[in-house]
Design a protein around this ligand. Sequence first.
Ligand SMILES: Cc1cc2nc3c(=O)[nH]c(=O)nc-3n(C[C@H](O)[C@H](O)[C@H](O)COP(=O)(O)O)c2cc1C
Length: 165
Amino acid sequence: MSDRPPFDSAFFRQVLGQFPTGVTVVTAAGADGPAGLAIGSFGSVSLDPPLVMFMPGKSSTSWPAIEAAGHFGVNILAEDQEQMSSLFASKAGDKFAGLEWTAKATGAPIFEASLAWIDCEIDRVSEGGDHWIVLGRVLDLGVQREDVGPLVFLAGKYGSFHPLG
Ligand SMILES: Cc1cc2nc3c(=O)[nH]c(=O)nc-3n(C[C@H](O)[C@H](O)[C@H](O)COP(=O)(O)O)c2cc1C
């Protein structure tokens, strides 16, 4: 049996892109300043103990600083934070320049405009192909805004959430 799957990476992306995600910016207080990247692969894992997860790619330039810090903060982006997502999906030199943020207990930066936040310590890092699977223990969390809904990402496009009922 061949190891080659019966599809190419473009088709894999197209099919998996049919699954909508929220958008987060995962941050940490790195040794050389704040670090962060846009992450869609965020999810809640366990209530007792409280665990969440996200999956940074092995080519991420921000992940090594986050891993070395031993903690991370999750900014759940609001529907008016598309620019924030694009900035943190880039490889810009100082992504934090001019942004308003406060440090939570771990030191992780949380933006004033984020919908909600989760402050975590890294519990475990496992390998998942060309990504890492990062499990975080939740130390503290909160909702900052009630006025807007979440930013949503589907098939390469941003949108917002509209309840059916
Ligand atoms: C909506 C959205 C979701 C993303 N989700 C992930 C993700 O789950 N894992 C990942 O490694 N990169 C993800 N990215 C891409 C990274 O943000 C991008 O590769 C970024 O350049 C990484 O920055 P860094 O090199 O500073 O770590 C996502 C980008 C966008 C726009």
